[in-house]
Design a binder for this molecule. Structure first.
Ligand SMILES: Cc1cc2nc3c(=O)[nH]c(=O)nc-3n(C[C@H](O)[C@H](O)[C@H](O)COP(=O)(O)OP(=O)(O)OC[C@H]3O[C@@H](n4cnc5c(N)ncnc54)[C@H](O)[C@@H]3O)c2cc1C
Length: 349
């Protein structure tokens, strides 16, 4: 193995991004008293999706009061459980099974009613499928411009977001009275789910008509950690050559590390791995403690989804592969030899 000594611009950028996240922005400002955030939470089958708590972290980073919002059936218990999360002043819940699937057609009017009632200055939701579906409609109903996928907050009206697959960083200033934002989960780690004591309150339910009917979903099931929030991720690319080889090489490595499995788009498009495992610009954003990839070249669209990982390790037979420019640790070699060897060594640890 060799260490990549020369830090690339991308690596410097991700270090700077982490540093810029360190200080709450309006802690020192009298404005903080006027700010009030509504953080939209996600739940499924009466269980909180903890990664949606990134919206709470964004609210606490902004300063001012933070109210969380959750809707669906059985959400009173979700609200009670979430009341222990740090940084939340109040949780508004709406018990109604019509909101279980997060359909924007009825969820957006529900949220708008509660935003208007609470007089919030900022509304944050995760940049997840749910948030991406819901928030543009909320913004349209409130006649404001949505700001998507923010990675930092500079002030109460100025936000930072990556564009061009993370190759440029845009600073956006908004003059809208209510700011509607989605947040990149990897940039706003969820708060501790203990120590808090938020008030729990029932919200208003406009019971808006919904023309859309949720029919069914077909989800890939796995006992492995969730890709979006796993501490460790092992990812395979086109270098794996086939689905058979992907399934032979990657799962044992993932098991040895207790890791989630990810894949490049080329691997997904070639049918080696399920679509839900794609990491990158058009896949999932991950920022685990360890991102270990094999047979992935490091195209910018892939880097866009994993370059905030704390430690990046790469195995590739091409020493010039761009992945080595962002890797903390690299191994030049044939993955069909190196990955099984590494897996065996990890098993005896
Ligand atoms: C709009 C748009 C969005 C996109 N979104 C995404 C996205 O979300 N995620 C994503 O991943 N891509 C995305 N892409 C595609 C991206 O540009 C690349 O094509 C893709 O990431 C390449 O995947 P790869 O690295 O697996 O394959 P390749 O680029 O083909 O690289 C394969 C690598 O494997 C190495 N290799 C081969 N055999 C071995 C071996 N035996 N041992 C070790 N190494 C070996 C090679 O040296 C090579 O570096 C997007 C592209 C576009 C245009």
């Amino acid at each position: 193995m060799f260490s990549i000594a020369r830090k690339s611009a991308l690596r410097q950028a991700r270090t700077q991004l982490r540093l810029s996240q360190a200080t709450p922005i309006s802690q020192h400002s009298a404005l903080a008293r006027l700010l009030s955030t509504l953080a939209v939470l996600e739940q499924k089958d009466g269980k909180l999706n903890t990664s949606s708590l990134a919206a709470v972290t964004a609210g606490t980073k902004l300063g001012g009061s933070v109210t969380a919002f959750v809707a669906g059936s059985g959400v009173k218990s979700v609200a009670d459980q979430t009341a222990k999360a740090q940084g939340i002043e109040k949780i508004i819940y709406v018990e109604n099974g019509a909101y279980d699937r997060g359909l924007p057609e009825n969820f957006a009017p529900l949220l708008v009613e509660n935003i208007k009632k609470g007089g919030f200055t900022h509304v944050f939701a995760g940049h997840s499928a749910f948030g991406k579906n819901l928030m543009p409609r909320v913004a349209a109903l409130l006649d404001t411009q949505q700001i998507s996928d923010i990675t930092a907050i500079e002030s109460e009206d100025t936000f930072v977001r990556p564009i061009y697959a993370g190759n440029a960083i845009l600073t956006v200033q908004s003059s809208d009275a209510i700011k509607i934002l989605t947040v990149r989960g990897t940039a706003f780690p969820p708060p501790e789910l203990e120590g808090g004591s938020a008030a729990v309150e029932e919200g208003v339910d406009p019971k808006a008509e919904c023309q859309t009917e949720w029919v069914s979903e077909d989800l890939a099931k796995s006992d492995r950690p969730d890709l979006g929030s796993a501490e460790r991720v092992v990812s395979g690319g086109r270098g794996l050559k086939s689905k058979e080889e992907f399934d032979r090489i990657m799962p044992p490595l993932a098991d040895a590390l207790g890791a989630a499995i990810g894949a490049s788009r080329a691997a997904v498009d070639s049918g080696f791995a399920d679509n839900s495992l794609q990491v990158g610009q058009t896949g999932k954003n991950v920022a685990p403690q360890l991102y270990l990839c094999a047979g992935i070249s490091g195209a910018i669209q892939h880097l866009a989804g994993m370059k905030d990982s704390k430690v990046i390790a790469a195995i590739n037979k091409d020493p010039e592969a761009p992945i080595f420019q962002v890797a903390d640790v690299g191994l030049v070699g044939d993955l069909f030899d190196k990955v099984p060897e590494l897996t065996e060594k990890l098993k005896v640890l």
